[in-house]
Design a protein around this ligand. Structure first.
Ligand code: CAA
Length: 379
């Protein structure tokens, strides 16, 4: 596979790098400290085409490929992984889900605003009793005339309290299990929809993660995506693509940890040398760089397969599994290289560790990625 990027891909990468350095870097630590959602940044990202990167131009998107999306996600996440996940959910779960599986009417109504950052999307699959066991949906959707009435609770929903549009998986027929789940496009203004609880988190603290409550929430039947019973296939195949975004987010965090470590090791002196003179540090840097490059290639391979319309879910699972592990390892090594400075807030490497950990958990834990990869081998 040849990853010599074309001019557009390189231009997008540079644009995202510049945006992240100029607009995100100065306030990333403060937003993390205050758990402050980056409203202004998200608006600007919409204007730059970063919120609907893969949406076709006819639906108001940037019409770019998944490789460009990976390159931009890495640059943004390198500076602020909270912004990375906001961008990832909107792009690869919400916009991609609607574009791939929505009706023309749904695309027309939702994609232009979501792709331009005028509206924000969320993806509500997890429930108190349906995390890794995603098919165990307890939220119900009961048909009533031209509407469905939704009742239940979703949790761990990224973007949930700021989202205008939420893709909600709910059971239209509990007796059918996974085959009885359907997907609905819910607007925050629909009566019966509310944000129940905002979570306080270890990392990615300036992105919001909430529980959502549906109490006799009336959703027009025209907002059901696909047929009744298609919801689980919708959710799992959309997550196949989402995992490329999270792999790229992990990659960004790992790269940031490496760059901070290289810089610090060339400045920090011990025993009359900069610590970069010591093999103990050099070997750590070399291992970090090697693992990051391998994670990058795997992530790009998943993106390339997706762009070519080939089967890619097992590769996106590998990319997320590997890149998330590399992110956590790299952040830990960065702290070790920084010594005591790595443990204090002023030196942002401790944030890399806090942000990295979630990439091993959301959009399918590492254990779930192992299952997806093994099932593909054994089918
Ligand atoms: N694409 C399309 N369809 C798929 C699929 C895929 N990748 N994987 C499975 N399916 C289909 C199956 O074929 C099956 O349909 P049929 O019965 O018609 O064949 C149906 O979906 C159910 O699949 P399984 O029978 O394989 O279900 P399972 O109970 O054995 O579980 C699982 C499969 C892989 C464990 C799955 O539940 C899973 O991936 N769990 C993790 C869920 C997850 O990633 N959650 C993340 C939450 S979202 C989030 O984090 C977003 C955020 O805000 C950041």
């Amino acid at each position: 596979m040849n990853f010599s990027f074309n001019e557009t891909q390189l231009m997008i990468k540079e644009m995202a790098r510049k945006f992240a350095e100029e607009e995100l870097a100065p306030s990333a630590s403060e937003r993390d400290e205050k758990e402050e959602f980056p409203h202004e940044a998200v608006k600007k990202m919409g204007e730059l085409g970063l919120m609907g990167m893969m949406v076709a131009e006819k639906w108001g998107g940037a019409g770019l490929d998944t490789i460009s999306y990976v390159l931009a996600m890495e640059e943004v996440s390198k500076v602020d992984a909270s912004v990375g996940v906001i961008m990832s959910v909107n792009n690869s779960l919400v916009c991609w889900g609607i574009e791939k599986f929505g009706s023309d009417d749904q695309k027309q109504r939702y994609l232009p605003d979501l792709a331009a950052g005028r509206k924000l999307g969320a993806f509500a699959l997890s429930e108190p009793e349906a995390g890794s066991d995603a098919t165990n949906q307890r939220t119900t959707a009961t048909r009533n005339g031209d509407s469905y009435v939704l009742n239940g609770t979703k949790n761990f929903t990224t973007n949930g309290s700021n989202a205008d549009v939420v893709l909600v998986m709910a059971s239209t027929d509990r007796s059918k299990g996974a085959k009885g789940v359907s997907t609905f496009i819910v607007e925050k203004s629909f009566p019966g929809f509310s944000v129940a609880k905002k979570e306080q988190k270890l990392g990615i603290r300036s992105s919001d993660t909430v529980s959502l409550a549906f109490q006799d929430c009336r959703v027009p039947a025209a907002n059901r995506m696909g047929d009744e019973g298609f919801g689980m296939k919708f959710a799992l195949s959309t997550l196949d693509g989402g995992r490329i975004g999270i792999a790229a987010q992990a990659l960004g965090i790992a790269q940031a940890a490496l760059e901070a470590s290289v810089k610090f090791s060339k400045e920090r002196k011990a025993f009359d040398h900069t610590i970069s003179d010591f093999q103990a540090i050099q070997f750590k840097l070399a291992d970090m760089a090697t693992n990051i490059e391998a994670a990058r290639l795997l992530t790009l391979q998943a993106a390339e397969l997706k762009d070519r319309g080939e089967k890619f879910g097992h590769v996106s699972a590998m990319a997320k599994l590997f890149a998330s592990k590399v992110a956590v390892q790299s952040a830990l090594e960065a702290i070790q290289i920084h010594g005591g400075y790595g443990y204090i807030r002023e030196y942002k490497v401790e944030r890399f560790l806090r942000d990295a950990k979630i990439t091993e958990i959301y959009e399918g834990t590492s254990e779930i990625q192992h299952i997806v990869i093994a099932r593909n081998l054994l089918q």
